[in-house]
Design a protein around this ligand. Structure first.
Ligand SMILES: NC(=O)c1ccc[n+]([C@@H]2O[C@H](COP(=O)([O-])OP(=O)(O)OC[C@H]3O[C@@H](n4cnc5c(N)ncnc54)[C@H](O)[C@@H]3O)[C@@H](O)[C@H]2O)c1
Length: 260
């Protein structure tokens, strides 16, 4: 068995997940890069970037809305990389729609991807930690929309509030096993997700493309858009021994948008 710690990051083919995977590799972790099968090429690029840092990495094809995929991804990471210490339940989608227009199908879809996935990730990781006798760390993607509801992001906000609730519950239930459970709450990160949000907001309020993003960024105290690396720094902390006494927390990493 390897003594190097192993982390699994979902949705790691691009955006915030990619930055987290690279940061954890820089921190000394071997990393399983999980994403949907259509993202394989991008994910293999992330695997190559991690290997270039001198760490081991694998791509795991997984749809996190399916419990069996998440369980299989955790097993693949542990079996191939030789340990299992951290799961980052990062994969998620956004939907931009007034609440009166959200369909049942859309609601089910966003809950399956943003919420069910986190429950599956917690279950699969906790079982693997118990099997290996590891005091592991579970880290999930929340959002500023987990702390405050944002108009036209109703379903998304609901899923992220749910992640916050699950994080608090799992922290208490898994503490006797020495497992910590936390979440990061980014603000406005320049990824594919915000390209989509800006595009949809433009369709809804008629502002030119880029205008909604600019107005939101203008409201950030630190005066700039967030980078995936800004988020990865917080995840690096949660995954480290420095956070051994931190559990059940949702940490805002938003450059100063919400104050609680
Ligand atoms: N971008 C932001 O401003 C922002 C702000 C707050 C929170 N977040 C959260 O951060 C996380 C990452 O967001 P991002 O901005 O990097 O998004 P992104 O769209 O750039 O990347 C998301 C990744 O998740 C993958 N994914 C989507 N559905 C999946 C599924 N069913 N199974 C496996 N993988 C799946 C995608 O293929 C993609 O690689 C999400 O949970 C998001 O809600 C993002």
């Amino acid at each position: 068995m390897s003594s190097t710690k192993v982390a699994l990051v979902t949705g790691a083919g691009q955006g915030i997940g990619r930055a987290i995977a690279l940061q954890l590799a820089n921190d000394g972790f071997d990393v399983a890069v999980a994403d949907l099968s259509f993202q394989e090429e991008k994910a293999l690029g992330v695997v190559a970037e991690i290997e270039a840092l001198g760490r081991k990495a694998i791509f795991v094809s997984a749809d996190v809305s399916k419990r069996e995929d998440v369980v299989a991804a955790v097993s693949a990471a542990a079996d191939t990389l030789g340990s299992f210490d951290v799961i980052v339940n990062n994969a998620g989608i956004a939907q931009v729609k007034p609440i009166s227009e959200i369909t049942e199908e859309e609601l089910n879809k966003i809950f399956q991807i943003n919420v069910n996935s986190v429950v599956f990730g917690i279950q699969a990781a906790a079982a693997k930690f118990a099997e290996l006798g590891v005091k592991g760390k579970i880290i999930s993607a929340a959002s500023i929309a987990a702390i405050q509801g944002f108009p036209i992001l109703g379903a998304y906000s609901a899923t992220k509030f749910a992640v916050r609730g699950i994080t608090q519950v799992a922290a208490q239930e898994l503490a006797p096993q020495g497992i910590t459970v936390n979440a990061y709450a980014p603000g406005i990160v320049g990824t594919g997700m915000w390209d989509l949000i800006d595009e949809r907001l433009s369709e809804i309020n008629g502002k030119p493309r880029g205008q909604n993003l600019k107005e939101n960024v203008d409201s950030i105290s630190l005066g700039r858009i967030e980078t995936p690396e800004d988020v990865a720094g917080v995840v690096s902390f949660f995954a480290s021994e420095k956070a051994d006494y931190v559990t059940g927390q949702v940490l805002l990493v938003d450059g100063g948008m919400l104050y609680n």
